[in-house]
Design a protein around this ligand. Structure first.
Ligand code: NAP
Length: 267
């Protein structure tokens, strides 16, 4: 078991990739700290994990960074240390750039960028003191490119790459490792939870799109990549080729992306 006895803190653990990652890390022997805004859903996930009594639920809103120091203190008190922080919680976007209100743009940046940054900074001192720790950040293929209807989401994910590449370089010699995870399409509730032009989410009226890999497959690749200490992990189908096209033939990618239609239910 690759993570036997390790303390793994997962945000966004109530659904989708975070939930599947909780199950995968638990199967590898990890003891989990499960966070998101919904305690009941976290409790459901905890009970469904291998060895449920090894794991704790720690509700947390990524848009409330003022609560993070107390949450970290609580996690350290109850678990003793944090070996791995998986910054997974996040929301997507379903609105054209010209329609998105500034309030909606700022709300998305709070959850997808400032939240993971602030939580990492709250966890980092304890990792530095032990000269060990692994920060995992769930970005996206959108961390490398932008498509119609995802301007702020793509901006937040791009920002994560710049920030966490710098953080990795700054703390490498102290034994801190950073992994950026870039999934393509994964079948989760992300479309239903995505923010519209005024920051509203569409809710269950938007069905989970059929395309994309199962969350379990994404989680398995995430856990495998983190165990191997990979700096970046690309996960998904042929859409992941967009990352390589952006580097090798950006003009071709631009042509493809220009033809894409904005759709609310597309991932
Ligand atoms: N699905 C995809 O195709 C795809 C592709 C690339 C990247 N990703 C990334 O994968 C991550 C997980 O998304 P998912 O696909 O699993 O979507 P999901 O099923 O909608 O899960 C999102 C998770 O984030 C949590 N969350 C949302 N807002 C939060 C907040 N303010 N504070 C704390 N937690 C919050 C949700 O929990 P609560 O509602 O309980 O707070 C939920 O557990 C995201 O970062 C997303 O950008 C997904």
């Amino acid at each position: 078991m690759k993570f036997a006895g390790q303390i793994v803190w997962i945000t966004g653990a109530s659904s989708g990739i975070g939930e599947a990652s909780a199950f995968a890390f638990a199967r590898e022997g990890a003891r989990l700290v499960l966070s998101s805004r919904r305690p009941d859903e976290l409790e459901r996930v905890r009970r469904a994990c291998a060895r449920p009594d090894d794991h704790i639920v720690l509700p947390l809103d990524l848009a409330q960074p003022g609560t993070f120091p107390a949450a970290v203190a609580d996690a350290l008190l109850r678990c003793g240390r944090i070996d791995v922080l998986v910054n997974n919680g996040g929301v997507s976007q379903r609105s054209l750039a010209m329609d998105a209100t500034e309030a909606a743009e700022r709300a998305l940046m709070e959850v997808d960028y400032f939240g993971p940054v602030a939580l990492t900074k709250a966890v980092l001192p304890a990792m530095r003191a032990r000269r060990a720790g692994h920060i995992v950040v769930v970005s996206s293929v959108m961390g490398y490119l932008g498509t119609p209807g995802r301007s702020t989401y793509a901006a937040a994910k791009h920002a994560l790459h710049g920030y966490f590449d710098s953080l990795r370089a700054e703390h490498w010699r102290e034994g801190i490792r950073v992994t950026l995870v870039c999934p393509g399409y994964v079948r989760t509730a992300i479309s239903a939870n995505a923010l519209g032009p005024r920051g509203e989410s569409h809710g269950p009226t938007v069905a989970t799109p059929a395309r994309g890999i199962p969350a379990e497959k994404c989680a398995a690749a995430l856990v495998r990549g983190v165990a191997r200490g990979r700096e970046e992990i690309f996960i998904g189908g042929r859409e992941v080729a967009g990352i390589y096209l952006k580097r090798l033939a950006p003009w071709l990618l631009s042509r493809i992306v220009r033809r894409m239609k904005f759709s609310i239910s597309a991932k």
